[in-house]
Design a protein around this ligand. Sequence first.
Ligand SMILES: Cc1cc2nc3c(=O)[nH]c(=O)nc-3n(C[C@H](O)[C@H](O)[C@H](O)COP(=O)(O)O)c2cc1C
Length: 221
Amino acid sequence: MPWVIESSRFLVFCGDSRRIRQIASRAEVEFANDHLDAFLNAASDAAIHLSSFIWAAGSVGLGTCPISVVRNHIDEVSAILDLPDHVFPLAGMCVGWPERLEQLSPRLPTSITVHRDRYDDHDVHALIANCDQQRQQTRPRGEVWSAAKAAMVGRSERTHLARLLRSKRVCLDRILRIPVRGGCQCEFCSTECTARSKQTRRSGRLGRREGEGCNLLVAVV
Ligand SMILES: Cc1cc2nc3c(=O)[nH]c(=O)nc-3n(C[C@H](O)[C@H](O)[C@H](O)COP(=O)(O)O)c2cc1C
C-alpha cells in the first residue's frame, strides 16, 4: 500500500488492556476479568479514539485513511513499536494534506443501520441495491460498492489473528460463570434511562420529553 509510505504521518491506534491491570495491581486487586470482554473493551476504546481523530483531523482540513492491514502483521508492528503484552495494534492511520477535495461517499442510510426495538433486516437486499445506485451517481466510473465489499470479504485474511493476539497474552476464550442476581442490570432494562455519554461533559440522567416513548435503538454500523 504505497499510501502508507507516502502519507506525511502514519499513526497506529492500539488497544490497551495493560493499564487497567496496572491500576488494579497498584490497588492490590486481582484482575478478575481476563477474558474476551477485556479485549473488547480495549478494542472499543481504541476505535472510539480512532473515530474522534478522523473527525478532529477533518475539521482542520487533514485527510485520513484507516489501515486495518496492520493487524496482518501484529508481531512485526509490536516489535517495531515495542508494544508490551496486552497492548495490540487495532488500526493504522495515514494522515496528510489531501491533494484535492472530492465529493463525500454516501454512507449506508439509517434505514439499514438503525433498528427500532428489535433487529429487522427483512428489506436489506433492496436497501443495499438502492445504496449501490446512489453511490454510482456520485462516482459513475467507480466499482459497484457492494460488489467491492463482497470481493473484499471473499479474500481470506488475518486467519492467524487469534494466535497473534494470544501471543500478546490477550485472553480470548476463558469462560467464566458469573451468576446474575436480581435479573439484568443493564441500562436498557432499568425503568429510567440512565445512559451516560463518554463524549460530552453533560451529566445526570438523560430524561425523556413528554410524550416520548423509551425506544431502544440499536445502531449496527
Ligand atoms: C476500520 C477501517 C480499516 C481500513 N483499512 C484499510 C486498509 O487496510 N487499507 C486501505 O487501503 N484502506 C483501508 N480503509 C479505508 C477504506 O477502505 C476506504 O478507502 C475509506 O474508508 C474511504 O472510503 P469511502 O470512499 O467510503 O469514504 C479502512 C477503513 C476503515 C474504516
